[in-house]
Design a protein around this ligand. Structure first.
Ligand code: ADP
Ligand code: ZN
Ligand code: ZN
Length: 656
């Protein structure tokens, strides 16, 4: 009897050994493979577990092992390489294997539910049915007719049989006699072909050629290409080469960058099944998408972070777009970096992986510069547009209205009058980041976590942007009951109010996670903006990622200082990335754009560097600073965190 080693959804950092279910047949036992689910007894309940490996020996005595209750799947639900990836991730990130495996299975399958049949119902003759002589079943004309039809083909769609006058009752009778069987068949995959693509420019061609040659074995590639340089076009043509060989492509995109535009661009390019996975997908949709991927029918899977665990038996290449994006890191529970997991997956499956960005993470850039990754560059924009011009606006002593200086207001006015769109960037949602009592100095703080509460006027709420707690907007001070409460600081709602009154004749589109709550909000926005009519786009970093707004002539950064002074050692890197990305939204059409940065520190070296150096040069300068100070990627940093309900006990442990 083999011993079954399972990952169980428990917080324990180990696998669990079980015996096969009592009464399992030899046949069933030989069919059992890693990747099948089983129900097993665990304490006084039953859990759905995932078979990871079958071993000869357990650390426990066989008598101590319990038999599993039942095998749930006749065949593995995911390929072996994905199981290996999960096992690796559990070790590498020191996370309980059961919780890692959960990431690879849709919610609906985690509870032990059946993997529903894919495809359309078909009927086919069984072995016994095929053995019937010509002219059998004479006593039932209707069964004889059905038999004759089924003898003419491998299998026939149920609908076609019904259309030909064969009733379900007849089929069921024959099924009872074990002459026919009902089965689900996938529709024949459409041959995956690519529609007309753009003729690549020489720089793109020089990137695509080595990538295409790299198909079929493991290699890591960085594509460092400025915004609008045609990276996506390279992705599309690389994917076309892979799907033409019957392979599947996995494309990861940042959480917020998941625009309907990106997906539409892939869907219109290929006559192939494109599966989309992101947080807005319902559990049922996710299950279908997952099955389309695992059956090999999906040629292209596009998704956010967790899509890196999608089963893809014919994986041929992986692309991580905007690879520097922070949303690839899961920040709670199973903490992992989808980019790094993707690289491991490429290695385990012998496939090439492409990391693309206008602003690569310094770690990635270091790997490319040191020769560990292949390094490709697209230094200029594709097509007609040119990179925008960056300038600072000195805010010192300027009268400000909702944070906007007269110079910026004038620039907005000019841009709109010229028939172009304006994008204003303010990385703080809500009305104001704090509420204070003018009489006693009280500041509204979160009851749950002590952070300052952000004023949200639209919803008449105070919200904690750290832990998500909300309360109603108070009319009186929490200490002295004064009604003289003042807001401090600036959020997008407040800027929106000012802009709406100052530019009453133009639409103001506020884009932040509050205004973009509904599933369709982003696509509706993109549609409105892409009519090209002048408008003001005002938003947080949600606006800066990957969206393609061709009519934007002016980008204004309302508070560049907020980006400049960060205690994080990655602060300057983030600022350079963010500003480069925001600036990249301007001038994507035919007119060169302008970028204005409002600051109280126009001479600050970090800001000066932004104005005069490209990200390419800036990143290299930052890398040498990191090297000089021994910071990552030249050294390692470790956080030891100690959580305790008892402060003294926690401190005692941390000082030992
Ligand atoms: P990125 O992904 O680097 O931002 P895109 O692939 O989105 O760049 O390309 C930016 C713009 O340039 C798009 O409008 C795209 O259609 C256009 N473009 C890309 N490659 C070419 C090309 N070879 N010839 C003409 N236009 C191109
Ligand atoms: Zn007060
Ligand atoms: Zn809080």
């Amino acid at each position: 009897m083999p011993i079954l080693r399972l990952a169980l959804p428990t917080p324990l950092r180990r696998l669990f050994d079980y015996l096969p279910p009592a009464g399992i047949s030899n046949d069933e036992l030989t069919q059992l493979r890693p990747g099948c689910r089983l129900t097993v007894p665990f304490g006084n309940r039953e859990l759905t577990g995932y078979l990871v490996e079958m071993v000869e020996k357990s650390a426990l005595d066989t008598e101590q092992l319990k038999p599993a209750v039942a095998v749930l799947d006749a065949a593995p639900l995911v390929e072996t390489a994905l199981l290996d990836l999960c096992a690796w991730a559990a070790r590498y990130y020191h996370h309980p294997p059961g919780e890692v495996f959960v990431a690879a299975f849709p919610q609906k399958l985690r509870k032990g539910g059946p993997a529903p049949a894919l495809g359309e119902p078909h009927w086919a003759l069984t072995h016994q049915g095929k053995g019937l002589p010509e002219g059998a079943l004479k006593r039932s004309a209707r069964q004889a007719a059905a038999l004759a039809m089924l003898q003419s083909a491998d299998s026939i769609a149920e609908q076609a049989l019904l259309d030909a006058g064969v009733s379900k009752a007849v089929l069921r009778t024959m099924q009872d006699k074990a002459l026919v069987a009902r089965e689900f068949r996938l529709p024949q995959p459409e041959p995956a072909t690519a529609n007309a693509s753009l003729a690549l420019n020489p720089a793109q061609q020089a990137v695509l050629e080595p990538l295409t040659a790299a198909l079929g074995s493991f290699s890591v590639h960085l594509l460092e290409g400025v915004t609008g340089s045609g990276k996506t076009e390279v992705y599309l043509q690389w994917i076309a080469a892979a799907v033409a060989q019957g392979q599947q492509a996995l494309v990861l995109i940042p959480e917020i960058g998941l625009t309907p535009q990106t997906v539409a661009r892939f869907e219109t390019r290929f006559n192939a099944t494109v599966v989309v996975l992101h947080s807005g997908v319902t559990p049922s949709e996710r299950l279908v998408a997952w099955q389309t991927a695992t059956s090999g029918r999906a040629s292209i899977v596009i998704g956010t972070r967790s899509a890196v665990f999608t089963p893809l038996p014919k994986l041929g290449l992986i692309i991580v777009d905007e690879e520097h994006d922070a949303s690839y890191k899961q920040q709670d529970g199973f903490r992992y970096s989808a980019r790094d997991v993707a690289i491991k997956r490429a290695q385990l499956t012998s496939t090439p992986i492409l990391l693309g960005s206008a602003t690569p993470a310094l770690e990635t850039l270091h790997n490319a510069l040191s020769g560990r990754y292949h390094h490709h560059r697209l230094p200029t924009r594709a097509g007609a547009s040119t990179l925008p011009d960056l300038k600072a606006i000195d805010l010192r002593k300027q009268p400000l209205r909702a944070g906007l200086s007269p110079a910026l207001v004038a620039a907005v006015e000019e841009t709109l009058a010229a028939g172009e769109q304006t994008l204003l960037f303010l990385n703080r949602r809500g009305y104001a980041p704090s509420l204070q009592c003018h009489d006693c100095g009280w500041i509204a703080q979160c009851m749950a976590c002590d952070a300052r509460l952000t004023v949200h006027r639209r919803q008449r709420q105070l919200r904690c942007h750290h832990c998500g707690a909300t309360t109603g907007l108070p009319a009186h001070c929490g200490d002295c009951q004064s009604s003289h409460l003042l807001t401090y600081g600036l959020g997008t709602e407040q800027a929106e109010d000012f802009l709406a009154s100052r530019f009453a004749n133009w639409p103001i589109e506020r884009v932040d996670s509050d205004s973009m709550q509904s599933r369709t909000a982003m696509s509706e926005l993109v549609e409105r903006v892409n009519t090209g009519r002048p408008c003001i786009l005002l938003g947080t970093q949600m606006l800066t990622k990957g969206h393609h707004f061709t009519g934007v002539g002016l980008v204004g950064v309302i508070d560049a200082d907020a980006l400049m002074f960060s205690p994080d050692f990655r602060g300057e890197e983030r600022m350079a990335q963010l500003l480069t990305q925001v600036a990249g939204r301007a001038g994507r059409g035919t007119t060169p754009g302008r970028v204005l940065l409002q600051t109280h520190h126009p001479d600050h070296p970090a800001l000066q560097a932004m104005l005069t150096e490209s990200y390419h040069d800036r990143a290299r300068a930052l890398l040498s600073q990191r090297e000089a100070t021994g910071m990552p990627p030249f050294g390692h940093l470790l956080v030891l965190r100690c959580d305790s309900v008892n402060a003294q006990a926690g401190e005692a442990v941390s000082y030992t």
